[in-house]
Design a protein around this ligand. Structure first.
Ligand code: ZN
Ligand code: ZN
Length: 371
């Protein structure tokens, strides 16, 4: 299967990001360069986004917070939060470009211009209504949900967040409405952000639409994919999304210095395939992928290039020698305590309302009815 896939990229990505680890900022350009060197079809369909407008940012953020980000941009140093998300000259525009790229990707997919879109600099899932957190300034995922609801009338939008950290900002902004928000992440005492327990399941009309999959440290491919297949796939199928947004944060890779989950490139590719297949099965392929975190830039570039290949060509490209070279040369062993922890997690999640009781919102009316 060959799919039309757009890569969103802006020159502002070159060497600039939001983490307090500037060495990780190079991951966007490294990934784009690798995709171009491999001549992946999406690198030939590279689209330059415009920065998000103020009215778009206000779909998920407090006006006072936007003023604070502008003020910190003018100041040019310090942090937007307690030491995670640094301020610098140009930060406001840099953050607006990340959001603009996710929105352009959402609109290109929703309008049928392309089947899939990939914004490596999206997935800023810790950002809240009125504050930055965890290397995230503006929550592009939630703003994309608002645009898809308002401009295209979608009622069933699913977010599957595979970044190694819990998507706490996304959850906080969407937990009271029937948008399916799935997050798979490392969860143990002291690990950032500390939320994402399986008992957090949404509130009011959103009850049952928050599905958290808290994983033990160093969970490897086999256990990760078992949980994904047993819990996440049936929940997404049951919800029948009209549009799928995926955060493919590469900090799930075993080499990541911050997260220490245990996925290899092979596991990452299987995950990307599964999500890509789900989009084709359930929502005519409408799939927007954002890059999320990743703090080992060389591994991130390989993961994102492999994901880009999956989005362009299903299985064909990945059998080629040039892409095989992207895979890990080694893989760590999973510690013995992971297996029993995963078995207990599967047991607890089997009763999650997203798998049984959560009512699905109705089908959307035809798009024309909303315009
Ligand atoms: Zn496809
Ligand atoms: Zn992360």
């Amino acid at each position: 299967m060959t799919c039309q896939t757009a890569l969103l990229y802006h020159e502002a990505y070159d060497g600039r990001g939001f983490a307090r680890l500037p060495e990780a900022w190079a991951r966007y350009r490294l990934a784009r360069d690798l995709m171009q060197r491999l001549d992946l079809p999406l690198s030939r369909r590279c689209v330059r986004p415009a920065p998000a407008s103020l009215s778009e940012l206000l779909l998920a953020h407090d006006p006072g917070y936007l003023a604070l980000v502008e003020q910190m941009d003018r100041l040019g140093h310090g942090f937007l939060d307690q030491g995670a998300t640094p301020a610098y000259r140009g930060l406001f525009d840099r953050a607006r470009v990340s959001v603009g790229a996710t929105l352009l990707g959402a609109r290109l997919v929703a309008s049928g211009t392309v089947t899939h879109a990939f914004n490596p600099s999206g997935g800023l899932h810790h950002a809240r209504w009125d504050r930055a957190a965890g290397f995230c300034v503006f929550n592009d995922l939630v703003i994309a949900v608002r645009v898809l609801q308002r401009e295209y009338g979608y009622r069933r939008i699913a977010i599957v967040d595979c970044d190694g950290h819990h998507g706490d900002g996304t959850q906080a902004l969407l937990e009271s409405e029937p948008v399916l928000v799935v997050s798979l992440h490392r969860y143990d005492p002291g690990f950032y952000p500390g939320s994402g327990h399986w008992t957090e399941q949404g509130r009011g009309p959103g009850y049952g639409h928050i599905l958290n999959v808290p994983l033990p440290r160093r969970t490897g491919d086999a256990h990760y994919l078992t949980v994904f297949e047993t819990i996440v796939v049936p929940a997404v199928r049951r919800y029948r999304p009209e549009f799928l947004i995926v955060d493919l944060g590469a900090d799930v890779h075993w080499a990541d210095p911050l997260v220490r989950l245990g996925l290899t490139t092979t596991g990452y590719v299987r995950l990307a395939h599964r999500l890509h297949d789900l989009a084709h099965d359930l929502c005519a392929g409408r799939l927007l992928v954002v890059g999320g975190g990743g703090y080992a830039p060389e591994a991130v570039a390989r993961c994102w290039a492999l994901a880009g290949a999956v989005l362009c060509d299903g299985r064909g490209l990945l059998t080629e020698q040039r892409l095989r070279a992207l895979h890990d040369a080694a893989a760590p062993e999973e510690p013995p305590e992971v297996g029993p922890a995963i078995a207990a997690l599967l047991d607890r999640l089997s009763a999650h309302p997203a798998l049984s009781a959560a009512p699905s919102p109705p089908d959307s009316p035809p798009v024309g009815a909303w315009r």
